[in-house]
Ligand binder design. Structure first.
Ligand code: MRU
Length: 350
């Protein structure tokens, strides 16, 4: 495997700047953006230059550390007040991926817990905290990969939806991390990637990443998943998650629910790979997960060209919820969880 090429750092910090791989340009171009203004990081999350639940969380953490540098006040209470305003701008970017809110909370907590420090040290502490979140994410993904690889057999073909690879995280990936770990352990594994309408993360990002890794990948349109399953072409499904409710319901890229139901109908295991920071125990079930509604032009236009009749009504929920009953197992950095998830998620040791 040509792993080095895909050892991506999609979100990074260098010389006081936030660095992002512009995911809207892949696969055509590989462009790294550098930001010195936190507002540009806010914009990059909104426009999906950085996307994927863990990557959004890390980008927000680094963005808050960046924002802290422009708060010029000797007064610690005023510093926190202004940091909270910056945090609020990040909170408003995307509503579904809970990693965003988790990372913002961690940054604010760090600020409040270190108000005794001189201002410059406090700002540096926030940079260190954001970098800890980044490094932890890569390590967590590797652990998810090691656990999940046990579920993949030599010769398997895995169906995945959207992109839950290195690009969607601080590195290595969750669902693709599992596939990658299985391949690294010597198993022969192939992937079928749903293209993932409307923004095509499966075709553009997942297929690109897997090709970098040298793992065989075939792209299908989303509507072909049932056909592929009926032909016996799929051994299991592995997807990532944007938020997992306390009962195990999973919000992920729209279309995931259809894949889960199809998998059940064909007796195919449906696995979700996600870090514990994606689990939101404050939300009892999927009904309570806020679902982002995005711009209709994502559906009506392809590459800037309108393909729908002018004025037609459009729905564009970015995510759907897969009820826990369709989820065979949830692969986390603390191990593989099986139903009933209410008990499994609550009972996990720290
Ligand atoms: O809208 P996106 O591209 O941010 O949605 C991403 C997904 O749904 C991913 O599958 C999910 O965040 C898991 S990423 C490890």
């Amino acid at each position: 495997m040509t792993l080095s090429k895909a050892d991506l750092r999609p979100v990074d910090w260098e010389d006081g700047k936030v660095k992002l791989i512009d995911q809207t340009r892949i696969p055509d171009e590989f462009v790294t953006l550098e930001f010195t203004d936190y507002r540009d990081v806010v914009r990059a999350i909104c426009t999906m230059q950085v996307r994927g639940a863990p990557a959004i969380g890390v980008a927000a953490a680094l963005g808050i550390a960046l924002g802290a540098r422009e708060i010029e006040t000797p007064d610690h209470a005023e510093f926190v007040r202004r940091l909270e305003e910056i945090a609020e701008e990040f909170r408003c970017t995307r509503p579904t991926a809970v990693n965003l809110f988790w990372a913002i909370h961690r940054m604010l907590q760090t600020a409040r817990a270190n108000l005794n420090l001189p201002m410059e040290e406090l700002r540096e502490t926030l940079v260190r905290e954001a970098l800890d979140i980044l490094r932890d994410d890569v390590e967590i993904n590797r652990r998810i990969g090691r656990f999940g690889a046990e579920l993949i057999h030599d010769g398997d073909t895995v169906l995945t939806h959207c992109n839950a690879g290195a690009l969607a995280t601080a590195g290595y990936g969750t669902a693709l991390g599992v596939i990658r770990a299985a391949a690294e352990s010597g198993k022969k594994v192939e992937v079928i990637a749903d293209e993932t309408r409307p923004r095509l993360q499966g075709m553009k990002l997942t297929a690109w990443e897997l090709r970098q890794l040298g793992i065989p990948v075939t792209v299908i349109t989303d509507s072909m998943a049932g056909w592929a399953m009926s032909k016996g072409m799929i051994s299991c499904v592995i997807v990532g998650a944007d938020r997992i409710a306390a009962n195990g319901d999973v919000a992920n890229k729209v279309g995931t629910y259809s894949v889960a139901v199809l998998a059940r109908a064909h007796g195919i295991p449906f696995y979700v790979a996600a870090p514990m920071s994606t689990v939101d125990l404050s939300v009892p079930d999927g009904e309570h997960i806020p679902i982002e509604e995005r711009c209709p032009t994502e559906v009506t236009h392809i590459g800037g060209t309108r393909i729908a009749p002018e004025g037609v009504a459009v729905l564009n929920p970015a995510f759907d919820v897969t009820p826990a009953e369709y989820v065979t197992a949830i692969i986390t950095e603390r191990g593989i969880l099986r139903p009933p998830y209410t008990e499994a998620l609550r009972g996990l040791p720290e």
